[in-house]
Design a protein around this ligand. Sequence first.
Ligand code: 5GP
Ligand code: MN
Length: 338
Amino acid sequence: MNPEDITTVKSILSQPQKIAIIPHKNPDGDAMGSCLALYGFLKEMGQIAHVIAPNDYPKFLKWMPENDSVINFERENQKAVRLLEEATVIFTLDFNDLSRVGQMETALKAATADFIMIDHHQQPSDYAVVTYSDVSMSSTCEMVYNFIQFLGETDTITKDIATNLYTGIMTDTGSFKYRSTSSKTHRVVAELIDRGAENMEIHRQVFDTNSPSRLHLLGVALSNMVILQEYRTAYITLTQEELDTYDYKKGDTEGFVNYGLTLEGIIFALIFIENKEEGIIKISLRSTGDFSVNDFARNHFEGGGHINAAGGRSELSMEETVMRFNKILKTYKSELNP
Ligand code: 5GP
Ligand code: MN
């Protein structure tokens, strides 16, 4: 964050504000962790704040401190719309384009509040008075820690705030192993542990709570995997019917896409998941090395994200989507397997 932006934020927070904090649609650990941590911090600063999630999120994130205060835009729509109308400041966390909040986009566009963006995805849009965007960061949670540090307030980090920040850094770095995990990330994490984050317990809450439905679905996903060695690519499909058969619950397929990358020689992995209710195929893309799935998702599947992790969508059927994907893949042969 540049000194001017820090001064702007300090001046904004020196006055009592009505604050809304927004994660992206289908929020993940980093989105919820950063929002809940910022919520805790702003409360410590004496501000009135609300976290408003565009929609529901998985059970493995619902143990997080302050989770009970989260307002679900879909379920508590009137209250959420009112809070967005009344807000004087809106923080948008872990996303950088207003199209990432689904149905909440209209209410955000109509809001008169000053926007503050904190985010680490590629190609930020220009909607905020303060844009703290850094694609080199491991996670938005690491950035929220920096944000608190820029304000000179690290002493206000409580155990709850530390727990939420730790959760987001852990989930977004694949437990501290992805490329964006820096020595600075580890220093932040060490500080969070000193401030009360219980690393073993957090890991257990997020990763050791498999349900039978999730493990059964993993079995289906892995047996559906198609491996295209000549493109160094592996993809998985899961149809709505398969999800229904195994009693799918939100979050059950989290992390499945990564299995493709554990195969020797595979550098590009995808999962296509049918969502009949929304009439789309949701796509998650992962890569290792220089192949940019951000570009791939942006150019072909209305999505985006990071170089090595991105998401997108298709409004075709599963069969048509996979056919289209295979066709597109052909044009990437020299890039994927030079
Ligand atoms: P996931 O595959 O886990 O849903 O998302 C991987 C990364 O891509 C995350 O950082 C997520 O925020 C981003 N992402 C997921 N879906 C979309 C999308 O539809 N559009 C954009 N721009 N980013 C996405
Ligand atoms: Mn993130």
